[in-house]
Design a protein around this ligand. Sequence first.
Ligand code: ADP
Ligand code: AMP
Length: 214
Amino acid sequence: MKLVLLGPPGAGKGTHAKRLSDRYGIVHISTGDIFRANLKNGTPLGLKAKTYMDAGALVPDELTTDLVLDRLNQPDCENGYILDGFPRNLAQAEALTRALAAAGDQIDAALNLTVDDEVIVHRMSGRRVCSVCGASYHIVSAPTRVPGVCDRCGGPVILRADDAPETVLHRLEVYHEQTEPIVGYYRDLGKEIQIDAAQTVDRVFEDLVAALGE
Ligand code: ADP
Ligand code: AMP
């Protein structure tokens, strides 16, 4: 199964991508996690991406698209994958469609997690992420079992620099301007599945599984 997860920052893409990856045995590919890992390791890519991420802007396509397309050619992607945070604009979506079509392939579905901006702001202010595996928590709705320690891997759980309120508002603007138009792109391809992401995590996950089937 080859899936794209759409939705504004804070919609729950990372949360559900991890669950879907476990459920269906498909690889979770998060461009945000890839950039953050590069930044942590001090690679040239990480240092370049940092400027854009700190500002809540999109990292340029030339640093992003080939990175993802190369990743999709790795052997572990043969059984399927779930893309979280990519594509993020029309050029990236078209590049993905073209690259897959060249191999006679296509994605199965674009799952569109919808939620209002007010809910997003609340979610992002309470978000905490594992700095090792990227798992996402919330201080109220999804706390770690042991404070500050990731349930999945034991890594330290931290506040993301780009979750500061002023950056969140800018990321939402960027989402509406650049990313939201690709919902229509996938709708026209007959791939969009809309999911109400304002429900509890468990209900959202039930709806995702119901839409995808066993
Ligand atoms: P994204 O990857 O789309 O940016 P995350 O999966 O990191 O979003 O979720 C953002 C924040 O909202 C996290 O703190 C997460 O625990 C919380 N969250 C995600 N889905 C829900 C939900 N359905 N209800 C309440 N909180 C949620
Ligand atoms: P995320 O973890 O998906 O919220 O992404 C965090 C940040 O990484 C974004 O605000 C962007 O700066 C950058 N980023 C992640 N994915 C992409 C992408 N597909 N294109 C451009 N920038 C991206």
